[in-house]
Design a protein around this ligand. Structure first.
Ligand SMILES: Cc1cc2nc3c(=O)[nH]c(=O)nc-3n(C[C@H](O)[C@H](O)[C@H](O)COP(=O)(O)OP(=O)(O)OC[C@H]3O[C@@H](n4cnc5c(N)ncnc54)[C@H](O)[C@@H]3O)c2cc1C
Length: 465
């Protein structure tokens, strides 16, 4: 169905983006053979580093003419293989499109290129007293283009929503090479179908995003974090429900099972507070006055203790807060260290169902005799579930993963949830899409894709079963 990247094509690419921006040597291609998905690799035939929408357009026109697949790529920090060139061809990297073009204080908007690291946007706008809330745990590595394409979320989703809630304008290059402008610095816009929202979460299958306009908020003046250990997960789950029932909306409510804290402890080679507790909640509160935040903190602290918390550790200054979050951000790395071969799922359920989900997961682990360690976003129902290979034989592991994966998905679906909350379908979950989405909807999605990309040159082998 696709043609190879010939030496003539390489030459044409070099003419478009410059000699140094086309990689074809095995060694140079190696970093682009994978993202952060454990166990998935595929070789691209060429990597092209673009610096403008016009260059993206030229590359896509060439790929269109020659019928060559193109896989857009930000930082390659995805967890579902979206940036992996599973059908070969060209990886189109936005890493050099990394400029923050404008921080507009009057309109509370920031305009960025897609290759800007998300954490750099945070730092740049915070220096101006402004706030871009979406905060994937990978924020110091991933790009905003990748966040848009994945519809990325993060701990602050509880109070502030996710990437899709902040994108007001996009420039994108269609697979035909046409450059289109959508939206603008507009808080409101109901002019026709929202193609912006269609592109968000489309995992690089519909268009290549080349410019993004994001809405900003004033930076909350006061932030405080609470680390709360519990002896039973049920107590932690009841606390979350009770906090919400008291109409307090924390910025974030993260949970960590004991096993995840122990893994962090082993990697860091130092004690994590209360690592013998069955579950931890990490709760962040923010606001504009010390009094308001302290009042919420007091109520939340009391609710935690009423539900059996062993203690409530409070961090108000930046270094102490960073230390509390360090353990949370180190979990994925610690689990990879613990068992380099592992399998991570990202299901989401209504937040009141989390304890039932975790109970079901424990049963699945028990039935199959494997370690499954969970952590995630208690405040929004999104749970990261890690199945560890440990010393299981290769063939047993290969046979086990699809079975356990499907059982986890069925568990989440039975509770009114779905199979991925923020990591996307990509290459790794596409065979399971029909479990979660009925055939009529998949058909509509296929039609939409065909309208954008009839020859399927853009990121083939993703999303669709
Ligand atoms: C330790 C760790 C923690 C993480 N925590 C979170 C989290 O809290 N929340 C969360 O949502 N995710 C999280 N992730 C997943 C990942 O970081 C996000 O999916 C992120 O959005 C990927 O960005 P990226 O730049 O690395 O994209 P890539 O991996 O390079 O690409 C991801 C997808 O976007 C497409 N794409 C990239 N750029 C463009 C573009 N300009 N135009 C069109 N398509 C494009 C690619 O084709 C691919 O399908 C985590 C990952 C790791 C490793």
């Amino acid at each position: 169905m696709y043609n190879p990247v010939t030496s003539e094509v390489v030459e044409a690419l070099r003419q478009t983006v410059g000699e140094g921006n086309v990689l074809v040597d095995d060694e140079a291609l190696e970093p682009y053979t994978h993202d952060e998905t454990v166990g998935l690799r595929a070789d691209p035939e060429a990597v092209v580093k673009v610096t403008s929408a016009e260059q993206v357009s030229e590359v896509l026109k060439l790929a269109q003419r020659e019928r060559i697949p193109v896989t857009p790529r930000g930082a390659g920090y995805g967890l579902s293989g979206g940036a992996v060139a599973v059908r070969g061809g060209i990886v189109l990297s936005t890493e050099k499109m990394n400029r923050i073009l404008e921080i507009d204080r009057e309109n509370l908007m920031v305009t960025v290129e897609p290759g800007v690291i998300t954490g750099d946007i945070h730092r740049a706008v915070e220096a101006e007293g402004l706030f871009y809330p979406p905060d994937p745990a990978s924020l110091d590595s991933c790009t905003i283009g990748g966040n848009v394409a994945e519809g990325a979320g993060g701990p602050r989703a509880v109070k502030y929503g996710i990437t899709k809630d902040y994108v007001c304008g996009l420039e994108a290059v269609l697979p035909s090479g046409e450059i289109v402008q959508m939206g603008g610095k507009l808080v409101k816009n109901v002019t026709g179908y929202s193609l912006i929202q269609l592109l968000i979460g489309s995992e690089g299958t519909l268009a290549v995003v080349t410019k993004i306009i994001l809405r900003l908020l004033p930076l909350p003046k006061v932030q405080v974090d609470l680390l709360v250990p519990f002896d039973k997960f049920q107590e932690a789950a009841d606390t979350v429900s009770d906090i919400i029932a008291h109409q307090i909306l924390p910025t974030a409510i993260e949970f960590m099972e004991q096993d995840s804290m122990l893994a962090v402890e082993r990697l860091l080679e130092r004690k994590v507070p209360f690592s013998d507790a069955a579950a931890h909640l990490l709760i962040q509160l923010d606001g504009n006055t010390q009094e308001a935040v302290e009042a919420d903190m007091e109520t939340v602290g009391e609710l935690c203790l009423e539900h059996g918390a062993r203690d409530v550790l409070v961090a108000q200054d930046r270094p102490t807060r960073d230390r509390l979050w360090e353990a949370r951000r180190m979990i994925i790395e610690s689990l990879n260290h613990e068992s380099p071969i592992n399998h991570m799922e990202d299901v989401v359920v209504p937040r009141a169902e989390i304890h039932r989900l975790l109970k079901g997961i424990k049963e699945i682990a028990g039935q199959h005799g494997v370690r499954i360690i969970s952590f995630g976003h208690a405040g929004d129902g999104n749970v990261h579930i890690n199945v560890l290979k440990d010393d299981l034989a290769e063939d047993q592991w290969e046979a086990l993963v699809p079975v356990v994966t499907e059982e986890i998905y069925r568990q989440a679906l039975s509770l009114g949830g779905t199979i991925t909350g923020e990591h996307g379908i990509g290459a790794t979950r596409r065979r399971y899409l029909p479990l979660a989405v009925d055939s009529a909807q998949i058909e509509i999605m296929r039609h939409i894709r065909a309208v954008f990309d009839p020859n399927r040159i853009l990121n083939p082998g993703k999303i669709f079963p």
